[in-house]
Design a protein around this ligand. Structure first.
Ligand SMILES: [Zn+2]
Length: 422
């Protein structure tokens, strides 16, 4: 034991101060990349179809008709690339009844777009995909959002049990309204101005003080201090199941959005995602978890003001990891995430985190499997024709949300739409 630790000490003194981590070793490995965009571009229609059929139906022999549900081999019409159902006689393609229904793009286009989306580990802006695929902004934007929708409806569902961590993180609602779509951070140069008058100049210059004050005082009540949150403030709840293997982190994740971190909201989230009587709960010392913790086999808490991990290893670091990942996606890629679609982005983050150590071909198959098995798009069908989602998916209840995108007939990239796209 002593020789080992001495050896480690010796090694650490000569080693580079930033040694390669486990995830760096993974990403540098040959196994991390099992498919590339050139692979898909070179593939024939039939090869792409084989992948999609396998991902959606399992095999060519177990094809399920989206019209009547009959599982059979059906009659394949190679020229149309459609089946004729052996049960009801309707015809359908591999994308009928999925989020890609009525697609105009080729299989290669869909697969390579989704692969590029998967490959962008922190997230991908619609403008980036637009450039990669040389398509319109709307096509790229709705494609990405349809994948997120599929994950919301097909991936972020079901109960978890075991050793579960939960944490709420404050998101949004911080000066976003004031900054959106306007030039930032300047005031007139006044060399002989009274330095004490600067604050006054600054406030009148922004001219937004009253609006900011109003926005600050129109949100839900902060349970901790009794003041009001800004109206766009949301809490992102991350619930993660520990893998139980040292160094492997979490193995499953659910996310939810609420207006406050209070016990009724936490209860609704836990009811949806955790089998409480057979699980262990790990949280920070927020009072929202105190009563609900009693419904678990055990409730361990860590006091974050004092320590990252308690004396017996109490921590919720896996949940914190997801929050950090979400922050990175927002700060680095999405810049300010609208509350209405916050859940969509959070689920994307949780998918990326859960699949972080899978080869990218497996990530692609998993994303496509969910995308082809949740039915047609409910949120994004007809988006470019002015049909926008009317609700924000919140716990405990969804709430009405206005369409926030450009109205039908307006150019989506026009700066008159409030802000330029990313
Ligand atoms: Zn049928």
């Amino acid at each position: 034991m002593t020789t080992q630790s001495e050896g480690a000490k010796k090694e650490s003194s000569t080693r580079h101060p930033r040694a390669r981590s486990g995830s760096a070793a993974w990403h540098m490995s040959r196994e991390a990349v099992s498919i590339s965009v050139p692979d898909i571009v070179k593939a024939t229609d039939r090869q792409c179809l084989d992948v999609l059929v396998q991902v959606r139906f399992g095999s060519w022999d177990t094809v399920s008709c989206p019209h009547c549900g009959t599982v059979s081999k059906h009659y394949w019409r190679p020229l149309e690339k459609r089946w004729k159902c052996a049960g009801c006689g309707s015809t359908f393609s591999v994308t009928s009844g999925t989020i890609f229904a009525r697609r105009k793009k080729s299989y290669q286009y869909i697969l390579s777009s989704v692969l590029m989306w998967v490959n962008s580990a922190a997230g991908q802006s619609a403008l980036e995909l637009k450039r990669h695929m040389d398509t319109t902004y709307n096509t790229a934007f709705t494609l990405q959002h349809k994948i997120r929708e599929a994950l919301v409806r097909g991936y972020n569902v079901g109960l978890m049990n075991g050793d579960v961590e939960m944490d709420g993180a404050h998101q949004s609602g911080w000066r976003a309204d004031e900054k959106r779509g306007k030039p930032q951070g300047s005031r007139p140069v006044q060399s002989d101005a009274d330095p004490f008058a600067l604050t006054e100049i600054m406030l009148t210059q922004t001219g937004k003080n009253a609006a900011r004050k109003k926005a600050k005082n129109s949100g839900p009540i902060n349970p901790e201090f009794g003041n009001r949150f800004p109206k766009d403030r949301r809490i992102l709840f991350a619930i993660r199941k520990r893998s139980g293997v040292r160094g492997k982190g979490a193995c499953a994740t659910r996310v939810a959005i609420g207006l406050t971190e209070t016990s009724p909201v936490v209860k609704a989230v836990l009811n949806d995602f955790v089998a409480m009587p057979e699980s262990y709960l790990n949280t920070d010392s927020s009072p929202a978890y105190t009563e609900l913790g009693k419904e678990f086999r055990m409730h361990r808490t860590v006091e974050h003001a004092k320590e990252l991990s308690g004396p017996n290893g109490e921590n919720n670091n896996q949940a914190e990891e997801l929050n950090a990942r979400f922050d990175r996606a927002e700060k680095g890629i999405y810049l300010n995430i609208e509350p209405k679609y916050m859940l969509d982005y959070a689920v994307e983050t949780s998918f990326r985190s859960d699949t972080r150590r899978l080869p990218n071909g497996e990530q692609l198959k998993l994303a496509m499997c969910v995308a082809l098995n949740v039915g047609e798009s409910e949120f994004w069908k007809g988006f470019t024709h002015g049909h926008h989602r009317k609700i924000e998916l919140l716990h405990p209840h969804p709430q009405p949300a206005h369409a926030s995108g450009p109205m039908k007939g307006r150019h989506p990239i026009s700066s008159a739409n409030g802000r330029p796209p990313r």
